[in-house]
Write a protein that binds this ligand. Structure first.
Ligand code: CS2
Length: 473
């Protein structure tokens, strides 16, 4: 039987939403209903609905494909959340049933009440933003969604906000949930620039006066869905779900408490509201995500498949620990530096979760958008202090080699990156290290740094000659 509202009654209480989705009313519009959103913000919304806050269901808008929209609509917006490796008592303990070989808990999420494909229905999508009952518009549009300011999300926000202003529907909070430093500030800047290009002075005033864009830090590891997830969802719920999402027990959300039109009482469900997200976000991007990207760039060419395999490799693990200790922790904001060793110890446990199957190739996607926020702030600081960020240089050399598209055992892969073409053209013309380090959209002012280039060149040579393990050992 297919997953649907009608099928919920047959599920054990622990797997069912702890609210009746039919009674939920939309108060959040979300742009980008990929796996991360459905394992993170949609779960917090589900918890708010379960606590009786009925007005915070989600209307999800997908910006590119309609595939996920059709799959969700065909099962009444419901989907299965598979929390993997939860056996040792994590923060997902309530409301989920145990089962499966790997201690996976299945739970049906009922907060997504509408799904719209923006390319098919731009007017309906914009009208959703003008509904006075909608008080938050959240976004997961990935790093590159902010890059040119002309992407679908920004166009939709402009149309939606103009409609909202015209309808007199009041202020709104735009909640960026992407892995960007100062994601809310970035969104506001990109939005302002786009409004200015439109030359709409009234809309500019509306954005400045009625729109809040708090910065947030979001954290939950969410691998892509494959056959194994479809099978596991069916095994645990006895229902067919075309779009389950698997994730880890850990979940964190830190938000600056500036909302234009109210918000759910998310603190009840563990959300941290703070005045300034910057230190939290620096810690997460520069410890978790930096390590992820390093494992991906160094691990893929060595033939490693998943994060748990990489962190189980003694050489890679020692490398990650050295990178944290020498280059990353010393350059964190002072207020989180003391917490960093404990945070890293917890990360080692999360990375080692063998049930996640989090693929290094997934993490390597869009590296050109990730590296500037994950590695380069610390590299700059170390260089400014007269030191050479040696471990980061090795990671950068790993990326240079990754861009070559060939591994140690002859395996190949496609470089999935908005700058793939530009980088490939440069690589065809020049020495690999010069070609990559000289690429200003990624390295900016570091492009001409001779000390950094020297170490990257050293590591690149050794990676090619000795392989990842040989070189790092
Ligand atoms: C990962 C992140 O794919 C990636 O680049 O580093 O998606 C990571 O899993 C999340 O940020 C964890 O919160």
């Amino acid at each position: 039987m297919k997953l649907s509202l009608a099928a919920l009654a047959g599920l054990p209480a622990a797997q069912r939403p702890r609210h009746d989705p039919r009674d939920a009313r939309v108060g959040i519009v979300h742009l980008g209903i990929g796996n991360f959103h459905r394992a993170h913000q949609a779960v917090y919304a589900d918890d708010a609905l379960a606590a009786g806050e009925r007005g915070w269901a989600i209307c999800g808008i997908n910006l590119r494909s309609r595939g996920i929209v059709d799959r969700l609509n065909a099962q009444d917006g419901l989907y299965t959340l598979l929390v993997r490796g939860a056996a040792d008592g994590a923060n997902e303990a309530d409301g989920a049933a145990k089962g499966g070989d790997l201690g996976t808990q299945a739970r049906i999420v009922g907060s997504l009440r509408e799904a719209i494909a923006y390319p098919d229905d731009p007017a309906r999508a914009a009208a959703r933003l003008a509904d006075p009952a909608v008080r938050i518009v959240s976004l997961t549009i990935t790093e590159k969604g902010y890059a040119d300011g002309e992407g679908g999300a920004i166009a939709l926000l402009l149309d939606g906000l103009a409609a909202r202003m015209a309808a007199g529907a009041g202020g709104l909070t735009l909640l960026s949930c992407d892995n960007l430093s100062m994601n809310g500030d970035t969104l506001r800047r990109v939005l302002r620039e786009a409004v200015a290009r439109r030359g709409d002075a009234a809309l500019a005033g509306f954005v400045d006066q009625r729109i809040e864009c708090p910065n947030t830090m979001v954290d939950r590891i969410v691998p892509a869905t494959g056959e194994a997830e479809l099978r596991e969802a069916r095994a645990l719920t006895r229902l067919d779900d075309a779009c389950p999402v698997a994730t880890e027990p850990f979940s964190q959300w830190v938000i600056e408490d500036r909302f234009a039109a109210g918000r759910p009482d998310w603190a009840r469900d563990g959300v941290q509201f703070v005045r300034d997200v910057a230190p939290f976000e620096a810690m997460k991007l520069r410890l978790l995500n930096a390590a992820h990207s390093a494992m991906a760039c160094l691990g893929v060419p060595a033939g490693l498949d998943t994060v748990d395999q990489a962190i189980a490799d003694p050489v890679l693990r020692a490398f990650v620990e050295r990178m944290w200790r020498e280059d990353l922790i010393p350059t964190l904001p002072a207020e989180v530096r003391d917490a960093a060793p404990g945070y890293c110890a917890a990360l080692l446990g999360r990375f080692a979760n063998p049930a996640l199957g989090h693929r290094l190739r997934q993490i390597a996607i869009d590296s050109s958008q990730k590296i500037p926020m994950r590695w380069l702030p610390s590299a700059r600081e170390r260089l400014a202090a007269g030191e050479v960020p040696d471990a980061l240089a090795a990671a950068i050399a790993g990326w240079v080699r990754f861009l070559g598209g060939r591994g140690e055992h002859g395996e190949g892969w496609e470089v999935d990156d908005p700058h793939a073409q530009a980088l490939a053209q440069r690589l065809a013309r020049a020495d690999a290290v010069d070609a990559v380090l000289g690429f200003e959209p990624v390295f900016g002012d570091l492009a001409g740094n001779a000390r950094l280039a020297g170490r990257v060149r050293h590591w690149h040579r050794r990676l090619l000659a000795e392989g990842t393990r040989g070189a790092l050992r």
